[in-house]
Design a protein around this ligand. Structure first.
Ligand SMILES: NC(=O)c1ccc[n+]([C@@H]2O[C@H](COP(=O)([O-])OP(=O)(O)OC[C@H]3O[C@@H](n4cnc5c(N)ncnc54)[C@H](OP(=O)(O)O)[C@@H]3O)[C@@H](O)[C@H]2O)c1
Length: 312
């Protein structure tokens, strides 16, 4: 498995990672154990979760971290664990956001659920307009200094917020964010205009989320309703499975097939052909999907091929 540095940092992550927003909510312990074991077998060491994942399970929010904690027992050191905070963990306005108060409380909850004494990458899940960025960064820096957190990242920041956070961290001598987790895939390329240039300029690695557009870019969904999985059950189904998007993936699939590849190969290969992308963290429901995803991540597109995809 190829290892990539996360941004300008020294942290190495596997080029294919594993997202776990389906852990606990959609996968019971035994199914999740099989997925995790196969990931390790395939060389995947980078695991992404969040405090809020696990909704729909008996455990509710926190379920994904708790399930991971149970499954990682005895082998935690073999993985790079990324988690996040910031989305509501309860009804109270005190249980969300990026204030010092919530960060210091919630990191303890995540450490307890994950059954670990350190988090490799602690990410601000979403910008908090109510909290000054220097307060957030100083609280995170304290966690880095105490050893509870190794590196800091964020998610869903606008380009100006990425620049602001980096500049604040630098001038205040605080731990600089090393990664930006963003919605990015063959069909959703909005970050190319401003967020990617900001990440290049400030030395952050991109961790694309929804890399398969929730399964749509595997090609298993067909016009007329064929194909079943979390996407067909989700509120996003209508928006993603539009006639225009079916047309677009037909063109992408043709492009891949003409070169002896599948749409899944293109979904992974296109992302990993961009040096700014550090790890592709697709979730998987089964060990077969893990194997397919790792096999799909081999293709590196040439510059002319990347230009053709941009035009499609
Ligand atoms: N930072 C953020 O705001 C944010 C937001 C969303 C997600 N994330 C992170 O990004 C990760 C990935 O996102 P995601 O899981 O929602 O979307 P995704 O990776 O685009 O789609 C994953 C889903 O596609 C299906 N799939 C995966 N591999 C397949 C294969 N080889 N063949 C057929 N189907 C396959 C599986 O669902 P089925 O088997 O049910 O079809 C799987 O759960 C999450 O786990 C989470 O860690 C972050």
């Amino acid at each position: 498995m190829e290892q990539r540095r996360l941004g300008d940092s020294g942290l190495l992550v596997s080029a294919v990672g594993l997202g776990t927003n389906n852990f606990a909510g959609r996968l019971h312990d035994e199914a999740a154990r099989m997925v995790l074991n196969e990931a390790l077998e395939q060389g995947i060491t980078f695991i992404d979760t969040a405090d809020v994942y696990g909704g729909g399970s008996e455990e509710g929010s926190g379920g994904s971290e708790s399930q991971l904690g149970r499954l990682l027992a005895g082998r935690r050191a073999r993985f790079i664990i990324a988690t996040k905070f910031g989305f509501p963990m309860g009804d109270s306005p005190l249980e969300r956001g990026a204030s010092r108060r919530w960060i210091v409380a919630e990191v303890e909850n995540s450490l307890r659920r994950l059954r670990t004494d350190y988090i490799d990458l602690y990410q601000v899940h979403t910008p908090d307009a109510e909290t000054p960025i220097d307060e957030t960064l100083r609280a995170l820096d304290d966690l880095v200094r105490s050893g509870k957190v190794r590196y800091v990242g964020h998610s869903n920041f606008a380009a100006w917020q990425i620049a602001d956070a980096d500049w604040t961290a630098r001038t205040e001598h605080l731990a600089r964010p090393i990664s930006a987790q963003m919605h990015y895939n063959l069909l959703v390329r909005g970050i190319q205009a401003e967020v990617i240039p900001a990440c290049v300029a400030h030395g952050l690695g991109i961790i694309p989320y929804f890399p398969l557009e929730s399964g749509f870019l595997t090609g298993k969904y067909k016009p007329g309703g064929e194909g079943h999985g979390r996407l067909s059950e989700s509120a996003r189904a209508g928006g993603v499975m539009s006639p225009a998007n079916f047309e677009r993936i037909a063109g992408l699939e043709r492009f891949a097939t003409e070169r002896g590849h599948s749409l899944l190969d293109l979904a992974f290969g296109w992302l990993l052909s961009q040096p700014i992308v550090s790890s592709v963290i697709a979730s998987a429901s089964t060990p077969d999907q893990v194997r397919a995803n790792v096999a799909a991540a081999e293709w590196r597109l040439t510059a002319p091929e990347l230009e053709s995809v941009a035009a499609l």
